[in-house]
Design a protein around this ligand. Structure first.
Ligand code: A3D
Length: 311
């Protein structure tokens, strides 16, 4: 294949990212993990599925970062996932150390790569990855909005009994309970859902979206969601590898946009070769901006906690 994707962390999200990327023939895939044998085993298993799935992407499992050199995209999924009763923020101490260590090893070997952070708490881990990578902010982004919007889209499609393909949605803000689904910009075949569903129903869908991760955690009991998160990360990787200039909600480092400075938060981004080509600024109502401010405040608190922890 032309192109190379490294996935750091060969657990549930990482292995599923590798599978989806290979099956779409997006690039060759290198799967790295700290556990010996496990990424090798999963990569070999995926290679053995290739003749049946009809793809020619090569997959390599490894514990050696040298194998990741020259990657175009690095997806960081290393870390622990939450269990019932835990918030994403409870993961910060453990995952900050893991994200820092892995990015410090991978980034110098792939200076042109775009890093897509998946490890939680997402927005805070983007800050850690940015610092650890030494890369410009446009090359370090976080996956959250595509997933949160996909969840919102699924719930809209289910509520209206229409194809998911007809739906479009935007969820902005930090990836936590304060995320901001935007019904005004969420549509079915171009029609805002505010014209199709009563306000109380929309409020319920927004609430379910914000709690979407917790809903899956409470059902799985042993970990968190991974099929949809992997789909979302791979959609971002595809936009970058193919230079699609696709507008997707991503955690991006804001420097003045939406009134925030030096803060990662979910906003619509034009994604293509090299990462963030542009941050798309949409005019928000006073209520929407207040909700985004609240979400940005929650991210800012975690950034301050990171500083206290020495990151
Ligand atoms: P899991 O299946 O436990 O996989 C994590 C993997 O990371 C394991 O295989 C570990 O061995 C590996 N790992 C740990 N430390 C290191 C290290 N130092 N170097 C390399 N690999 C290491 O978890 P998961 O795949 O379900 O979730 C991974 C992360 O993604 C967690 O932090 C989740 O909270 C997060 N996540 C985020 C979203 C978002 O929407 C942002 C969604 C789903 C999961």
């Amino acid at each position: 294949m032309v192109g190379k994707i490294t996935v750091i962390g060969a657990g549930n999200v990482g292995a599923t990212c590798a599978q989806r990327a290979a099956e779409k023939e997006l690039a060759d895939v290198v799967l790295v993990d700290v556990v010996e044998g496990m990424p090798q085993g999963k990569a070999l298993d995926l290679c053995e599925a290739a003749p049946v799935e009809k793809h020619d992407a090569r997959l390599l499992g490894t514990n050696d970062y040298a194998d990741t050199a020259g990657s175009d995209v690095i997806i960081v999924t290393a870390g622990i996932a939450r269990k019932p009763g835990m918030s994403r923020d409870d993961l910060i101490k453990t995952n900050a150390g893991i994200v820092k260590a892995t990015v410090e090893r991978a980034a110098p070997l792939s200076p042109e790569a775009v890093i897509i952070v998946v490890s939680n708490p997402l927005d805070a881990m983007c800050h850690v990855a940015l610092k650890a990578s030494g890369m410009p902010p446009r090359q370090v982004i976080g996956m959250a909005g595509v997933l949160d919007s996909a969840r919102f889209r699924y719930f809209i499609a289910e509520a209206l009994d229409v194809s998911v393909e007809n739906t479009h949605a935007f969820v902005l803000g930090g990836h936590g309970d304060t995320m901001v689904p935007l019904p005004r910009f969420s549509t079915v075949a171009g029609i805002p859902i505010t014209e199709l569903l009563p306000a109380d129903k929309i409020a319920a869908l927004c609430q379910r979206t914000a709690q979407g991760g917790a809903e899956i955690v409470s059902l799985l009991k042993t970990g968190s969601a991974y099929y949809a998160p992997a789909s979302a990360a791979v959609e971002m990787a595809e936009a970058i590898l193919k230079d699609k200039k696709k507008i997707l909600p991503c955690a991006a480092y804001l420097q003045g946009q939406y009134g925030y400075n030096d803060l990662y938060i979910g906003v619509p981004v034009k994604l293509g070769k090299g990462g963030v080509l542009d941050v798309v600024e949409i005019k928000l109502t006073a209520d929407e901006k207040a909700a985004l401010d609240n979400s940005a405040g929650a991210v800012q608190k975690l950034v301050e906690l990171l500083a206290e922890l020495g990151y």
